[in-house]
Design a protein around this ligand. Structure first.
Ligand SMILES: [Zn+2]
Length: 238
């Protein structure tokens, strides 16, 4: 579930990301009443099995819902903020009632990882890398994004405009080089090796750099700023 909006006296409108129908808007009638049977299962960013009935207008009607056992994110502010980024991105790239290959699976996987990881930033960074790859915006990590020569094993600056890291010849003097350790972790993430990634020791400066690169790349390709990303970054400054 990507988003919820209170409606009328006791109803609520949900934006659902579905496996087979892409993004779907649905209304849950009377869900805010304490007696509602639907209410307890419909948590924000929750993973649910839902039966929808055709409504009169654009919106479907939630007829039945049950929570799929597994992760739970509600109640943890930081994890909710990361989940909001996953949801915002999924919502932004998906069209109404039209599935986009891999987005549902990625969102479910990323929310699951987010609930299990002791550091939610790790799960969030993994999600960003996978989402960039899925959307065709994966950064160039092995060869120079400008001249395509293989990158030497040394720090290199990142340019979202160029689409990746730059070699010494193509880099401008004012550009801040990114440590080699960061580039190496990004390569591991791009290879899809989640098992190894889970076991990596990532300290705060390393994590900050990884996030910065992925966020620069993502924001460059989004036509509007991501609200959830601005919120996350304001949280991490506190
Ligand atoms: Zn170059």
């Amino acid at each position: 579930m990507l988003r919820k909006l209170d409606y009328g006296e006791a109803d609520r409108i949900f934006t659902l990301l579905t496996q087979t129908h892409g993004k779907v808007g649905a209304i849950a009638k009377g869900v805010r009443k304490p007696s509602s049977k639907l209410g307890p299962s419909l948590e924000l960013f929750g993973h649910v099995d839902v039966l929808l009935a055709k409504g009169r207008g654009e919106l479907d009607v939630v007829a039945q819902v049950s929570r799929i056992p597994g992760y739970r994110i509600e109640g943890d502010v930081v994890r909710m903020a990361h989940a909001a980024l996953i949801a915002e991105l999924a919502e932004r790239v998906c069209e109404d009632r039209h599935p986009l290959d891999g987005v549902y699976e990625l969102a479910v996987m990323a929310l699951g990882e987010l609930s299990r990881e002791s550091d939610p930033r790790r799960a969030s960074a993994w999600f960003l890398m996978t989402a960039l790859d899925l959307l065709g915006y994966a950064p160039q990590l092995v060869s120079c994004a400008s001249c395509e020569k293989p990158l030497a094993a040394r720090p290199a600056p990142f340019s979202a405009e160029a689409g990746g890291f730059l070699c010494e010849v193509c880099a401008l003097p004012a550009m801040e080089p990114v440590p080699l350790a960061v580039i190496k972790v990004l390569r591991l993430m791009a290879s899809g090796d989640l098992e190894t990634y889970r076991r990596l020791k990532l300290d705060a400066p390393l994590m900050n750099s990884i996030e910065a690169v992925l966020q620069m790349q993502l924001e460059y390709h989004m036509d509007r700023r991501l609200k959830s990303l601005a919120f996350l970054n304001s949280l991490s400054r506190i």
